[in-house]
Design a protein around this ligand. Structure first.
Ligand code: EPZ
Length: 422
């Protein structure tokens, strides 16, 4: 296993280019199961998670080529309908192959995804949507088995106790696009990645209204055809680089950073003291003067994204004053708190709240990544800490950030990879 070693204290300068969105690529790759025709998908990030999804597509009868961000998918043999445990257990988002398999083949057998370190991660809303469309659902030895003599459009409400669900919306939309009749999904997720999937399906010939809004209306069609499509840039990677520029007191430009997808994050960073310039498809950030503490509450889009909570916490660790971070999507998503405190931060956990009292400086230390966004937060803390920080178990980071260390090196960061001594 590798670790990242960071020597803190460098102000980042220059330009970084953001890769394609992981959380768009995963459902869009799954959506190719809805057609036997060839699909070409561009701007796909080369990540552990996207490679896992390509492996799953191969087990389901697709032949897949992936070269320089372009994925070419064609039907190589009869479609399978079982996504097995060993692959699904490595990436819970694989569960979103269930919708397209059910939609196209009227049968699917997909391993129930486990929970993960950030929360229980239930799938009740996914199953509610499939049942509303007329599927029979059973759970046997850890697999969800979904079958339907035929699917039929239905009216449903997909909001849960934490609000809308991104992958449940993706999954049910993909099951509905070939279902005869009209489907209405209320409390659909509005994240840009859901809109990207919906646009991809429309390009395949699906009939969907309300893209990017909480109410989606789908008219089922007979068949979907192959397409060429380009994935939107990754807004969470953009947000992570915005924090990297601010936390180091630097001045960076983020190419393919779409301000339209990051309203809540940009607003909070400006409140914290950032100077942010918006261009059509890039952003520039530098610190105006000293940083100010801010309170953050994570919410479904367009609220502040839970996937930026840990990164914001790093910034607040070195911001004089008290900041309160409230996690409303995954109340346990605070594995990074203990690691930040090891670096000299002063954070107290109170249920879904983390109370951060800014300190003058963090000190470099060996820390351990626990999940994707916690790893990013520890790298950000290492960039500003005095001395050397080593972040172990960076396979978590590689799930969602394409070449992060080389992008940071180009901005002047002293960051390198080393083998973990066992
Ligand atoms: C997506 O996960 C993202 N993953 C997550 O990003 C992101 O944190 C999350 O949305 C919230 O924005 C992908 O898109 C691959 P949810 P998803 O269903 O869809 C509850 C990252 O770092 N819920 O929107 O699985 C759930 O427990 C990852 O890139 C139910 O109650 O999340 C949570 O509290 C981490 N029942 C809330 O809804 C369900 O059936 C929102 O979860 C489904 C979800």
């Amino acid at each position: 296993m590798d670790k990242l070693v960071i020597e803190g204290g460098i102000k980042l300068k220059g330009t970084a280019k953001v890769s394609g969105s992981k959380n768009s690529a995963l459902p869009i790759l799954a959506a190719t199961l809805l057609t036997d025709e060839a699909c070409i998908i561009r701007n796909v990030p080369n990540l552990r998670d996207t490679l896992t999804m390509l492996k799953i597509l191969r087990t389901l009868g697709k032949s897949v080529e992936f070269d320089k961000g372009v994925v070419t998918i064609i039907q190589s043999r009869e479609s399978g309908f079982t996504a097995d445990y060993k692959l699904v257990s490595t990436m819970r988002a694989s569960f979103c192959v269930l919708g397209p398999l059910l939609g196209k083949l009227k049968k699917a057998k997909v391993s129930l995804p486990g929970g993960c370190i950030i929360g229980v991660r239930p799938v009740d809303l996914h199953l509610k949507g499939f049942k509303a469309l007329g599927a029979d659902i059973s759970v046997e030895s850890g697999y969800v088995i979904a079958t339907a003599r035929k699917l039929k459009g239905a009216h449903m409400y997909l909001g849960g106790i934490y609000g809308s669900s991104v992958l449940a919306t993706d999954n049910v939309v993909m099951a509905a696009v070939l279902a005869p009749g009209k489907t209405v999904i209320e409390s659909a997720a509005c994240e840009p990645e859901v809109a990207d999937l919906t646009n991809f399906l429309i390009k395949m010939g699906a009939r969907i209204k309300g893209v990017g809004t909480p109410i989606l209306e789908i008219e089922g069609v007979e068949k979907l055809h192959g397409v060429e499509y380009s994935i939107i840039p990754d807004r969470i990677e953009t947000g992570t680089f915005l924090v990297a520029g601010l936390i180091t007191g630097g001045d960076i430009v983020i190419k393919d950073g779409y301000y339209q997808h990051l309203g809540a994050v940009i607003d909070k960073l400006q409140e914290a003291g950032a100077y942010i310039e918006r261009f059509d498809n890039s952003l520039r950030i530098k610190s105006k003067s000293k940083l100010h503490p801010v309170n953050v509450t994570t919410l479904p889009y367009p609220g502040f994204p839970t996937d930026m909570q840990a990164q914001m916490m790093s910034l607040m660790c070195i911001t004089k004053g008290i900041s309160v971070i409230t996690e409303k999507i995954y109340p346990d998503r605070f594995m990074h708190v203990a690691e930040l405190n090891r670096m000299g931060a002063y954070i107290q956990r109170e249920g879904p709240h983390a109370i951060v009292e800014g300190v003058k400086s963090l000190s470099g230390a060996p820390v351990m990544a626990s999940d994707l966004r916690a790893s990013a937060c520890l790298v950000l803390a290492g960039l500003v800490a005095k001395g050397v920080t080593s972040v172990s178990r960076i396979y978590h980071l590689e799930r969602g950030y394409e070449g992060l260390e080389s992008k940071l090196q180009k901005l002047g960061a002293k960051i390198w990879r080393e083998k973990e001594k066992i």
